[in-house]
Design a protein. Structure first.
Length: 133
């Protein structure tokens, strides 16, 4: 039997942290309450025979294998998943930035034309001046 944090249990089971906390309060999930300098922390007791029910079979196999591993390896697996997700987010943001840079370059090309149009309009005499003469 190993112990993991509420956040890790929520990620493994594919539910929210609030759901895990509700299940602890109802007694559906076994947890140990530990004291830390910042307050209390709940550590979920994980049995090897418990399997997540909300995930597809491919993920189920990997999660069952993961539950047999020591907590340090579980932490490493979760960190790897988080790094992969962050890498994908970074790539997406890079593409957005490149798109915005292209838009800015197009705007810089339009600026001289707009300035010349403004100069043409300001060079014309004012239409209302002939009424004042």
């Amino acid at each position: 039997m190993s112990r993991i944090k509420i956040k890790q249990a929520a990620e493994i089971l594919g539910v929210s942290e609030k759901t895990i906390r509700r299940r602890i309060a109802k007694g559906q999930v076994q947890a140990t309450k530990g004291k830390t300098p910042q307050g209390f922390i709940y550590l979920i007791d994980i049995n090897d025979d418990i399997s997540p029910t909300t995930q597809n079979p491919e993920e189920l196999n990997t999660e069952n294998n993961a539950s047999n591993l020591p907590p340090n390896i579980l932490d490493m697996e979760l960190l790897k998943k988080q790094f992969d997700l962050k890498d994908q987010q970074i790539e997406s943001q890079k593409k957005q930035i490149e798109s915005q840079i292209n838009q800015i370059e197009e705007l810089y090309k339009i600026i001289p034309k707009l300035q010349s149009d403004i100069n043409k309009i300001s060079d014309k005499s004012r239409w209302w001046k002939f009424w004042a003469a």
